[in-house]
Design a protein around this ligand. Sequence first.
Ligand code: SF4
Length: 167
Amino acid sequence: MLSKILSKDECAKCKLCCTFDSYDLWETPCITPSLASKILQEYAPEQQFVKKGEHFLLKMKKEKDVDLYYCSLLDSDKGCILGDDKPFDCKIWPLRVMALNDTKVITLSPVCPVVTKKPIGEIMEVARELSEQIFKYADENPEAVKPYLADYPILVVESSKYKETLI
Ligand code: SF4
């Protein structure tokens, strides 16, 4: 979804967003019940999940002697085994949808080493283009909305027309 600012090659070389430590396990993707069934039927029958509200999180194994969790669906050679069936959270990375008080906002994760080097104007344009789709998904899947974090720049603020923006 972010192909205007993030190429498949750039993602393939990095994979940072598929790696977590115990402080950012909250960033692991929210899996809808239908996607969880599809993962079990078509991709990884042995995958285990942790229930989160009406959704699921992927159960990941901690690496030995280091505070690191690789996503259980990450193939070290091929990347994500889900291809186009990736969870929505992963499709919009490094954009995040967060709750600031009672308002949903689209923010930019400060840890993506590729996108954060791109011009902010281009990133905001992509965020604006995707905002209607992102806010609609967030309305339908409230578990996917993360609490707002102060170091995440706000790109789009939800409004009735999804057009109000801040820097
Ligand atoms: S589901 Fe795929 S894209 Fe998302 S964190 Fe796991 S390996 Fe990465």
